[in-house]
Design a protein around this ligand. Structure first.
Ligand code: GDP
Length: 255
């Protein structure tokens, strides 16, 4: 439970976080996602959910879409849940299926010499907060925020990337897109446009604390195929955490 930084950084000997700390981290994540969880599970935690009732499934579908899960992922989730026919444990089943859509836990590319991480995103998403994390031989290029709708600035970003690529072999080793979870579907749209402008290799999903829109991780991972690698649950350094699909799914819909 709870991915460690060593795992995220692809290091051979993962540092083992004490069980108590892991439990604390999961509790924090669960608390951060409480509003999102309430939104997503209101339908199926109601004792009245009847899997034989078409309308109940439709309401679940609506709840997932309203919870920023997006239409393609919602369709897959509902179809798989219906196929499981596991009505007694619907929230656990949902957590399981969500974890699958979130994909495998990724690693951060920091193997270059020096490793170059390009941090991109619109203003105020938490780019600078995210870039302050580790004392390694890593060059972090924290770009000025730009609106994904400003085509010339997006072109400029592609140029920044090309210049970096021509200076350091294999660079940027990671292009991290920072998106603010509270913006919901806008975050998905930003991710789509940044993905088109630069080769985004990972996403940091920030401001999950207090957001009811944590479901947005699902379309980012499933619909756009972008691996979420980091999550932000507050403004402090320790609030930036490696993303663990299983933990996240469980905290988002069951726990
Ligand atoms: P930038 O413009 O993308 O570089 O954004 P900043 O890193 O300056 O962050 C904008 C604001 O959001 C700052 O006040 C940060 O402290 C705050 N912030 C960043 N990440 C998080 C987060 O995960 N949760 C919360 N609540 N605030 C955050």
């Amino acid at each position: 439970m709870a991915r460690s930084w060593a795992e995220l950084l692809g290091e051979d000997a993962p540092d083992v976080e004490p069980e108590e700390e892991r439990r604390g981290l999961f509790g924090r994540l669960r608390e951060s996602l409480s509003r999102s969880r309430e939104a997503l599970t209101a339908e199926i935690t109601a004792a009245a959910f009847d899997p034989g009732d078409e309308l109940a499934w439709e309401r679940l579908e609506e709840a997932l879409i309203a919870g920023d899960v997006g239409v393609p992922a919602t369709a897959v989730l509902v179809q798989r849940l219906e196929a499981r026919g596991d009505a007694a444990n619907l929230t656990d089943a949902l957590a399981d299926e969500v974890a699958q859509l979130l994909g495998e836990p990724g690693t951060l590319g920091i193997k270059g010499d020096p490793a170059v991480i390009l941090v991109v995103g619109v203003n105020g998403t938490g780019k600078t907060t995210t870039a302050r994390r580790d004392g390694r031989d890593v060059v972090i290029v924290d770009t000025a925020g730009r609106l994904h709708t400003q085509t010339n600035l997006m072109d400029e970003l592609a140029k920044v990337r090309r210049v970096i690529a021509s200076r350091v072999e294999g660079a940027p080793h990671e292009t991290l897109l920072v998106v603010d979870a509270t913006t919901g579907q806008n975050a998905v749209q930003q991710a789509r446009l940044f993905k088109d402008a630069v080769e985004v290799t990972g996403v940091a999903l920030t401001k999950l604390d207090g957001s009811a829109r944590g479901g947005v991780a699902i379309p980012i991972a499933y619909e756009l195929g972008l691996p979420v690698k980091l999550i932000g649950v507050g403004e402090k350094l320790e609030d930036l955490r490696p993303f663990d699909p299983q933990d996240f799914a469980r905290a988002l819909v069951s726990g």
